[in-house]
Design a protein around this ligand. Structure first.
Ligand code: PGA
Length: 256
């Protein structure tokens, strides 16, 4: 399976110039090294048109960090999938833990976003992951099953090929807002292997052999030092990277 890596810039790059600099660095590195993996970047929405133009004709694909549940309507502040399409956005990150835990998104709203994204020909990156407390209380599998079952409700067989699943344990995401009083650390290879293989087996149970084809990204404090070992695990097919994606050298070391 082709590996797929995404740089989730969150709201950490907020000026045109810093984005241009990062893209120039990344484009140079990619032109020299011609990575075999698929690479996308997810800028803050307001920069999508600018980044679309900047990466046009390169190997860098464009992702949105979120999308509205509706294509249009009286919905102040929302961003339509139809508009994303206008700017060659290919992937949409949906249900990121920050959306779930800071902006109160639910499995149900995540599902509506997955469906509208697929119906409009874009690829959802459905993020799932348990909190530290859920893991401590042995609820990891239950939480992941709910996130997958509700998140993917109503998805049809031929749409499955367009879906990426990102497993991001909340406790591993480099975000103190999500992890009050918790130590933030990447999953160990053993933890990641166990959980990814559980996710894979659940997808196969649910969808049959097609479940084997969905790329499973790992996310949460992934960096150049821990990536090699994590990426050797058969059911880890790439990464969704926050902090390390803000530096072209650090980001590219993960996928080169
Ligand atoms: P991180 O973020 O790499 O900074 O931990 C990952 C993510 O939230 O997608």
């Amino acid at each position: 399976m082709k590996q797929i890596f995404g740089g989730n810039w969150k709201l950490k790059l907020v000026k045109k110039q810093e984005i241009e600099q990062l893209l120039n660095d990344l484009k140079n590195i990619m032109a020299e090294n011609n990575p075999s993996a698929e690479i996308f970047v997810a800028p803050p929405a307001i920069f999508i048109p600018m980044v679309a133009e900047n990466v046009n004709g390169t190997q860098i694909k464009l992702a949105a960090q979120n999308v509205s549940e509706k294509v249009s309507g009286a919905l102040t502040g929302e961003i339509s999938v139809a508009s994303l399409k206008e700017f060659n956005v290919e992937y949409v990150i949906i249900g990121h833990s920050e959306r779930r835990h800071i902006f109160s998104e639910t499995n149900e709203s995540t599902n509506r976003k997955v469906l509208i994204t697929l119906e409009n020909g874009l690829k959802p990156v459905l993020c799932i992951g348990e909190t530290a407390a859920e893991r401590r209380n042995n609820m990891t599998e239950k939480v992941l099953i709910e996130q997958l079952d509700i998140g993917l409700q109503g998805v049809t067989g031929n749409q499955l090929e367009d879906i990426v699943i990102a497993y991001e344990p909340v406790w591993a995401i480099n975000n103190p807002l999500l992890n009050k009083d918790e130590t933030i650390r990447a999953a160990t290879p053993k933890e990641a292997e166990q959980t990814h293989s559980f996710i894979r087996s659940h997808l196969v149970k649910k969808f049959g052999d097609v479940g084997k084809l969905l790329p499973l990204q790992y996310g949460g404090s992934m960096n150049a030092d821990n990536a090699k070992e994590l990426l050797q695990i058969p059911d880890i097919n790439g990464g969704l990277i926050g902090t390390a994606s803000l530096d072209a050298t650090k980001f590219s070391k993960i996928f080169l």
